[in-house]
Write a protein that binds this ligand. Structure first.
Ligand code: 3H9
Length: 696
């Protein structure tokens, strides 16, 4: 083995040089790595004893892509294009040997090698779309040549990773290697190429699959149409499609040049900035400053869930899916049976869509036990209560759990609104009490707010964060305050959306503005979907809010065919002139002056108070860092990831502008717009949210 530099080693095995890159954690193609490959290739090419080259990586993975942290910085070292050129034009065969993940630029490097082999657990993909980019190192030109246009479009616009076996079927790989013997298999493959004088295969020269696409002129318009909803608002997917169109219609070099041009446009654009920010934000949530690094992560091998309603059943499914036994407790047999039926029927409908086998359903259901007796939870490692949101009920329940559960058990509440510290005070072990705030439907939604009480122990926090990962949740640690982080900020938007109605903006106008901003739906369409009668009772209703008036008229949302909107039998929302009249009437009774409200005002009135509230949350230490708030909003509330999150958006449009608008609204509409102290402070010192250091 010859050490070329700190990251690359070159060994010569019987005429086959092995270039092994070692750049933890994920062998991203940094300047150092690119230089390493380039100089090792130069050496291999000039050494007459070397007849073929194997390119592989040490550590947990093949190249995971370009080094995202280098984007936007001045270029350094050999460019990726230079590295690819020396590999592709090598007169000696080059074989990529893949383990872990070959992603983005990493796969694009493999695509310029003459052959590719991988272990069965390897995964391959061009996921640049997830960070608002397109594969910019020839991926859009080479992939369709190798796997065909349809598969390439799907892979690149969805950003999915595909398994090695599938990649082999698609032609992306030439051979699978034994899991624990990649190096030897790659060398043997190289020897075979030499011995059998196999050609130096260059993907760029393959044209057959493009011919097939040329015979299907509608292929691109169909693809655009089929994915229109999914791609809405995002720039990268359309640019990927355009690149693939070029791959089909233009000579290779020209296609490559256009790909580079579009890549750099996206790289400089706001969407990719936001999505790259989000990539790191999502990875930071598990870093908790001040948490004792030695805090014990407790084993959670059994879970008790109290309450078999929508939340409880959804919560239970998370653990069943992860192979963790659940005991479900209810107060009445009928409710319990209903809950059990819900779980089974949820699984059955997943199975009908082909995403679960019947055997898997039975395996999961076999992990589920149930009863009407809290005492049955005495031995579980974690209890999650998902009962009625009432402080007295919860306190009573926790004091009983305190007596029933074993000493090491974690006692969790799924409350979305109540004071966790008060709930914990009903026990003799507040250090074991934590909030696990799941979002509905709990078996689908990724977000989990982990609520740390004032006495929650580090061990209970560490265990909860760890467990959340195990069940596939995006867990964000937050503090105890009304609505925690997500709902507290939502409250601001909701208040303003309602106020705007009374000033003359119609529900569909406000919804359209927020939909165009990138939310999946606006607040009124959302309310109709959830049901306007949530928490409403006929007996207590007194026509005192617009919602009450609508409910009293039987307009209770989508399920009754009418709410803020009218609905046809396909559940299409249609603006209602009746509701328009009701709103105007209601506003008049309240003495409001109806006026023309601009789209711009709708957006600013809904969004800026959210940013302001985020600043208050940070100031109070209820979220660790601004990007944690953004992760909450992207995962729990449909904030478009290409706008980063409310805090990133605030930074992007400029905090002085947000502050000036809040001041203007405060003087015009009242104290609900009072700027947060932190917002004022940041503007005064010329800083941004991203300049803040994490709170302990
Ligand atoms: C590209 O290639 C553009 C080209 O087409 C054209 C160029 C001209 N760069 O996720 P993990 C860090 S764009 C820098 O926790 P896992 C990550 O931040 C790129 N850093 O591990 C983390 O750091 P820390 C296309 C990166 O095992 C650590 O590595 N490629 C990069 O759960 C561990 O990461 C992609 O988009 C990177 N490319 O998952 C792939 N990747 O420990 C992006 C990771 O300080 N990466 N880091 O928090 C992934 O999808 C996952 O990281 C991977 C490992 C599946 C590889």
């Amino acid at each position: 083995m010859v050490t070329i530099n700190s990251v690359t080693s070159l060994g010569n095995m019987d005429g086959v040089a092995v270039i092994a890159i070692d750049s933890p954690p994920v062998n991203a193609l940094s300047a150092l790595v690119r230089d390493g490959i380039f100089s090792a290739m130069q050496q291999a090419l000039s050494d007459p004893l070397v007849k073929a080259v194997v390119l592989r990586c040490e550590g947990r993975t093949f190249f995971a892509g370009a080094d995202i942290t280098e984007f936007g910085k001045p270029p350094a070292g050999a460019s990726l294009a230079e590295v690819q050129k020396i590999l592709e034009e090598s007169p000696k065969p080059v074989i990529a040997a893949i383990h872990g993940t070959a992603l983005g630029g990493g796969l694009e490097v493999a695509l310029v090698c003459h052959y590719r082999i991988a272990v069965p657990t390897a995964r391959l993909g061009l996921p640049e779309v997830n960070i608002g980019l397109l594969p910019g190192a020839g991926g859009t030109q080479r992939l369709p040549r190798l796997v065909g246009v349809e598969v390439a479009l799907e892979m690149m616009t969805a950003g999915t990773h595909i398994q090695a076996r599938h990649a082999l079927q698609l032609g992306l790989l030439d051979q699978l290697a034994p899991e624990d013997d990649l190096n030897a298999a790659a060398i043997a493959f190289a020897r075979k190429v030499l011995d059998e004088s196999l050609p130096l295969r260059k993907v760029r020269d393959m044209g057959e699959k493009l011919e097939t696409a040329r015979a299907q002129p509608d292929i691109f318009s169909h693809f655009r149409q089929a994915n229109a909803r999914k791609f809405r608002g995002f720039q990268a997917p359309e640019k990927i499609i355009q690149c693939v169109e070029d791959a089909v219609n233009l000579p290779f070099e020209e296609g490559l040049q256009r790909e580079r041009q579009r890549f750099s446009e996206l790289l400089q654009g706001e969407q990719s900035q936001a999505q790259r920010y989000y990539f790191f934000a999502a990875r930071q949530i598990s870093q908790i400053p001040g948490l004792d690094k030695n805090a014990a992560v407790l084993p959670v091998n059994s879970v008790g869930v109290i309450g078999a309603g929508t939340m409880g059943t959804g919560i239970a499914m998370n653990f069943l899916n992860a192979g963790i036994p659940v005991h479900l407790v209810e107060t009445g047999q009928e409710a319990l049976d209903r809950g059990l039926r819900t779980i089974r029927s949820n699984y059955e409908s997943t199975a009908k869509k082909g995403r679960l086998t019947l055997e898997a359903i039975e395996q999961r259901m076999a992990l589920l036990t149930s009863s009407l007796d809290l005492a049955d939870l005495s031995e579980v490692d974690l209890v999650i209560e998902a009962v009625f949101e009432n402080m007295e009920v919860k306190k009573e329940l926790f004091s009983r759990l305190d007596r029933i559960c074993k000493a090491a058990a974690i006692l969790a509440s799924n409350t979305s609104a109540l004071d966790l510290n008060e709930i914990a005070s009903a026990t003799t072990r507040p250090e074991s009490v934590i909030g696990l705030h799941f979002f509905s439907p709990a078996n689908v939604m990724k977000l989990l707010e982990v609520v740390r009480g004032s006495k929650t122990s580090d061990s209970v926090i560490a265990t909860s964060m760890n467990l959340a990962k195990k069940i596939g949740k995006v867990a964000v640690l937050v503090g105890v305050c009304p609505g925690f982080v997500g709902n507290r900020i939502l409250g601001q938007r909701q208040r303003e959306a309602n106020a705007l109605l009374m000033e003359g903006a119609m529900p569909w106008a406000i919804d359209r503005v927020l939909y165009d901003f990138g939310f999946p739906m606006g607040p009124f369409a959302m309310s109709d979907l959830a049901g306007l009668d949530l928490g409403w009772s006929k007996e207590k209703s007194s026509s005192s809010t617009l919602r009450e008036v609508l409910c009293e008229m039987g307009r209770r949302g989508q399920k009754t065919g009418a709410g803020f909107y009218d609905y046809d039998d396909k559940r299409t929302a249609i603006p209602s002139s009746l509701v328009e009249g009701i709103i105007q009437d209601f506003a008049r009774k309240q003495g409001k002056q109806v006026r023309e409200v601009s789209d711009e005002e709708c957006l600013e009135r809904c969004i800026y108070p959210m940013i302001n509230e985020g600043a208050k949350i940070l100031d109070e230490g209820m979220a660790i860092r601004p990007s944690d708030i953004d992760v909450v909003w992207v995962n729990g509330y449909g904030w478009p990831v290409y706008r980063g999150g409310p805090m990133f958006y605030g930074d992007q449009i400029g905090l002085p502008r947000v502050l000036a608008k809040m001041q203007e609204f405060e003087s015009r509409y009242g104290p609900q717009f009072k700027p947060a102290r932190l917002l004022e402070e940041l503007v005064a010192s010329g800083r941004k949210f991203s300049d803040l250091s994490p709170a302990h």
